[in-house]
Design a protein around this ligand. Structure first.
Ligand code: ARG
Length: 475
């Protein structure tokens, strides 16, 4: 996140010729163009990774005798000083110096003299920025996966507490069959488990070092790409210089994983919003996650889930922005790519905030068990169980379906659930119905009968929660 102590870029001398590439120019860049083409306003957020990459590059250059040890040490000390200054908010960012890379390089030369000008030997901003974003995103993914795990832990613990809390399960948002609340919660956990593994996959694919690709074709210096990659903790150097400077797949892939994750959070949000309504009344969210209305004194609005649902739109928008940015781009680097950062940063920030909000909120959910139970009972949710019972007595499923349909119609007329009818009433519809039907028609009997792996029975849910927690511990 941008350190609020960092100074805002200063654009007073935007018309000054840019030291880094001004050689072939006859007039200073137009002040508006300088501002328009600059990225320092947002890419200064990469300063730590930019300095980390530069230090590794300087060390590698000394290993292959392109720099001597003294030059290397001056460069590294200068970069470390600049990093401290930026972190302390004492660095004057300049729009005239265009981006984070040239701001730092110019400051280095100001501090240590012309030795600073040797740092850029054998590299370009094209491989530099490709390296910086990968380093930055790798770090962000590490933080985000921890947040996903924290949220999952909260969900799993709540699920084991509610392994036998009965609620209606829905299809088409109509009462379908009874399920346990714990089972429903563990469905959320599975969604997040896949999100976690998508982030890990993305991290693995992005973990290649572009340094040495230079502008696009590589470099004539005797560089050691393996050494640069090792120093920065990359799994290996990237294979092709043209690809390395122009590839933004990793940003698209991250934004895609982030969009799917946000889509999951939006689905969970939607359920929380429904469940807190007076019409459902299945759960309470503590006041600290809600706000009131300025006009309607009775209101307690589920703002946190609503906002997470809403923020899904911007994360999906960022994915579409990056896909559109890269569509039809010819090799290799194009300035278009400067537009990759803001959507990527925004997706990371939004996702981190939403995960944090959810990780705090989910464990605080209070289930209204009575309301859940009555709702499950109200919708003839054990009708399928009656049909299955009849099939067990030798009746064909289609006939059983018909018999149960008639019993439900009778129940609707009398405003009584199947389990509330007498044996005599039920036997009007089939003589195969016996007293043991009541073990089947109760909500408890219905969920307990689904005790296979992945089923909603309390015992199955308890075991699933134990497995889910073990999976989490193994990460
Ligand atoms: N600020 C640029 C970006 O973010 C850095 C790379 C610029 N390279 C160039 N050849 N102009 O993409």
């Amino acid at each position: 996140m941008t350190d609020s102590r960092e100074k805002k870029p200063n654009s007073s001398n935007v018309a000054a010729a840019n030291q880094a590439w001004g050689g072939r120019f006859h007039e200073p860049v137009d002040a508006f163009v300088a501002r328009f083409t600059a990225s320092v306003q947002f890419d200064r957020r990469l300063y730590r990774e930019d300095i980390q990459g530069s230090i590794a590059h300087a060390q590698m250059l000394a290993e292959v005798d392109v720099l001597n040890v003294d030059e290397r040490d001056q460069i590294i000390a200068g970069l470390e000083y600049i990093e401290e200054q930026i972190s302390a908010g004492n660095f004057a960012w300049s729009v005239a110096r265009e981006d984070v890379h040239m701001n730092i390089e110019a400051a280095l030369t100001e501090r240590i003299g012309s030795v600073g000008k040797k740092l850029h030997t054998g590299r370009s901003r094209n491989d530099q920025v490709a390296t910086d974003i990968r380093l930055w995103l790798r770090h962000q993914i590490d933080d985000l996966t921890l947040l996903v795990g924290q949220l999952q832990r909260g969900i799993i613990i709540l699920a084991s507490q509610h392994h036998d809390t009965i609620m209606p399960g829905f299809t088409h948002l109509q009462t379908a069959q009874p399920v346990t609340f714990g089972h429903h919660l563990l469905a959320w956990n599975e969604m997040l488990e896949r999100d976690f593994s998508r982030l890990i996959d993305c991290r693995e694919r992005l973990n290649q070092c572009p340094l040495g690709s230079a502008a696009l074709a590589g470099t004539t210096y005797p560089i050691d790409r393996q050494s640069s990659a090792d120093k920065l903790g990359f799994a290996k150097p990237s294979e092709n210089s043209l690809d390395s400077v122009s590839d933004r797949d990793f940003a698209i892939e991250f934004c895609s994983a982030a969009s799917i994750l946000m889509t999951h959070l939006s689905r969970i949000s939607e359920e929380l919003i429904l469940w807190t309504s007076a019409q459902f009344n299945f759960i309470h969210l503590p006041d600290r996650f809600c706000t009131g209305s300025s006009i309607m004194p009775q209101k307690k609005n589920p703002d946190v889930p609503e906002l997470v649902r809403g923020k899904t739109a911007r994360v999906t928008g960022n994915l579409v922005a990056l896909l559109t940015l890269m569509k039809s781009q010819p090799l290799a680097y194009n300035k278009d790519n400067q537009e990759d950062k803001e959507p990527l940063f925004d997706s990371v920030d939004t996702l981190a905030d939403c995960l944090r909000a959810f990780a705090d909120m989910i464990p605080a959910i209070v289930a209204n068990k009575d309301a859940m139970y009555s709702a499950a009972k109200a919708g003839f949710s054990t009708a399928t169980d009656l049909a299955d019972y009849l099939v067990g007595r030798g009746i064909a499923f289609r006939d059983a379906h018909e018999i149960v349909g008639k019993s439900v119609a009778y129940g609707v007329e009398k405003a009584r659930d199947l389990s509330d009818m007498s044996l005599g009433e039920l036997q009007q519809f089939s003589s195969e119905i016996n007293i043991d039907i009541f073990d089947v028609l109760t909500l408890e009997g219905s969920v307990a009968a689904r005790s296979h792996l992945g089923g909603t029975a309390p015992d199955a849910v308890k075991a699933a929660a134990v497995r889910a927690l073990a999976r989490l511990e193994q990460r």
